[in-house]
Design a protein around this ligand. Structure first.
Ligand SMILES: Cc1cc2nc3c(=O)[nH]c(=O)nc-3n(C[C@H](O)[C@H](O)[C@H](O)COP(=O)(O)OP(=O)(O)OC[C@H]3O[C@@H](n4cnc5c(N)ncnc54)[C@H](O)[C@@H]3O)c2cc1C
Length: 473
């Protein structure tokens, strides 16, 4: 099946040769935003596409964000891999665009440039104590358990009993689930070896998942919430009182929100005897609403997290939204670890590319950036929200705009040298770029290491190690 698809893509070079035979397009980033743009562009045109990635390994958040116990979500990698079998798509990893090569240099070497470099940073809580030891952004924690090289040295201390996670989105629930899942489940996933080791020795008993607003404003989906309720030897606690006023509203809610609220309510009302809660070895998650963090508390003698101070909120309805407003009442909660899961954030990678620092996106119209021959796709196009399916839809739109511009002759047809030109710059700078064949070697090596441990793979967590594997004959 895949072979036939690849053959069809190769044939398209001839079918579309009237308008796009010589177009060379490059894509910055290799997550779903990049691969789905490339896939659609290959389908719609005869363009040749080069993908540039900062790391020696492809797939962005599919590899380094999606939770290890959700392997089915990572199946999109099979489609991305088959795309690389076409003669018209190439991968150049270990190339940091903005540092190793500028967007201007890419623009001179290619007919069009697509920026799909995702969201490499996170929003901050903006409260005192946020920088003390034991307080992390979910982006860092997720990167750590997924083995991203930049977080390999994180070493979170899980010897405390209580953990607080701020945020009511799917990423917050992923983090809670990873902290509360049995080791027997985690050890069969592609979780990083260091994270597994730390979780085996974890002393965590209570995970508090705290949000600014109420149950009707949560951003997580029912699938992720249900997974929490099904964790073995783990009990969920929600404040019944928060749901008392909702009974009359529930029937009028849209179906997904109604089903989620009903499940939350059912979990809140389910009886948890004191005996059950005291069971040795049992763990608990507590979902709390209407609370904003105001300070990360630290122990007097060492700069380590000892708790969190929160202001209790009231909800105020405006014409557009439901706002959380501080009540002036505060509450402290003792904990040894704080993880803020309040959103990822894109950054500017090149001063010559327009970037809106407030919204954290590259300003664009359907993926077209103001200056000609520049496009964007994925989270850097619309902000760090949405699952892989929505990123795909949005990437298809960008590809459609590029192929429109090809048809309308809005892209210069002058011969571009493509990677031939870029390789010269990279060689001058001593940048060791890697190809998809090199990634195949890393992939095979990781799977081999995984087989030794009955895991799907053991990820390499350092760039040096990755390059060594490539260089080993
Ligand atoms: C923790 C987490 C869990 C998720 N779980 C799910 C899930 O279960 N199911 C689901 O459908 N969706 C999930 N998502 C959403 C999904 O991951 C995103 O929709 C998708 O990855 C966004 O794609 P992207 O290409 O825009 O960004 P990314 O996937 O982040 O890809 C961007 C790529 O650009 C590269 N890059 C960055 N800077 C540069 C540079 N200067 N030069 C070259 N390359 C660069 C990065 O290394 C990265 O590889 C999850 C997201 C997160 C954060």
């Amino acid at each position: 099946m895949l072979g036939r698809y690849v053959n069809n893509l190769n044939k398209r070079t001839h079918r579309f040769s009237n308008f796009s035979r010589t177009y060379k397009i490059c894509v910055v980033g290799s997550g779903p935003g990049a691969f789905y743009t490339a896939q659609e562009l290959l389908k719609r045109s005869g363009a040749e596409i080069d993908i540039f990635e900062r790391l020696p390994v492809p797939f962005g958040l599919v590899r380094y964000g999606v939770a290890p116990d959700h392997p089915e979500v990572k199946n999109c990698i099979n489609g991305f891999t088959s795309l690389m079998q076409t003669r018209r798509c190439r991968f150049y990893g270990n190339v940091n665009v903005g540092k190793d090569i500028s967007v201007e240099q890419l623009r001179s070497a290619y007919n069009g440039v697509v920026l799909a470099y995702g969201a490499e940073n996170n929003r901050k809580l903006g409260i005192p104590g946020e920088d003390i030891s034991g307080c992390y952004a979910a982006r860092e924690f997720v990167g750590w358990y997924n083995g991203i090289p930049s977080m390999a040295g994180l070493k979170p201390d899980l010897s405390c009993e209580n953990v607080v996670i701020f945020g009511h989105g799917n990423v917050a629930l992923d983090v809670a689930r990873m902290l509360l899942s049995p080791v027997a489940v985690l050890e069969k996933t592609d979780i990083s070896g260091a994270a597994l080791e730390t979780l085996i020795n974890s002393k965590i008993r209570n995970v508090y998942i705290i949000g600014r607003r109420g149950p009707l404003q949560t951003a997580f989906t029912i699938k992720e919430f249900r997974e929490l309720t099904k964790l073995p030897n783990c009990h969920g606690h929600l404040d019944k009182n928060v749901f008392t006023d909702l009974n009359s509203i529930i029937p009028d809610l849209a179906r997904p929100r109604r089903r989620l609220t009903e499940l939350m309510m059912k979990t809140a009302l389910s009886e948890k005897t004191a005996e059950l809660c005291q069971q040795t070895g049992s763990q608990h998650w507590h979902m709390k609403f209407n609370r904003s963090p105001t300070e990360v508390l630290s122990s007097p003698n060492c700069r380590r997290v000892s708790g969190i101070r929160m202001e209790i909120n009231k909800l105020e309805k405006t014409s557009e939204a439901v706002r959380a407003v501080g009540s002036g009442k505060f509450e402290d909660l003792a904990c040894g670890l704080v993880i803020s899961s309040i959103g990822y954030k894109s950054i500017a990678i090149d001063e010559n590319v327009p970037f809106d620092a407030v919204t954290g996106i590259i300003p664009n119209v359907k993926g077209r950036v103001v200056s000609k021959r520049l496009y964007c796709s994925g989270w850097v196009k619309r902000g760090p929200i949405g699952v892989i399916a929505s990123t795909m839809k949005d990437a298809f739109e960008t590809a459609e705009m590029i192929s429109e511009d090809m048809k309308q002759d809005n892209l210069p047809t002058s011969s571009c040298f493509g990677f031939e030109e870029i390789a010269k710059y990279l060689d001058q700078k001593g940048v060791r770029y890697v190809t998809f064949e090199d990634w195949n070697k890393i992939d095979a090596h990781e799977k081999y290491l995984g087989r030794m441990k009955n895991k799907p793979r053991e990820k390499l967590t350092s760039v040096v190690e990755m390059l060594n594997v490539i260089d080993t004959p």
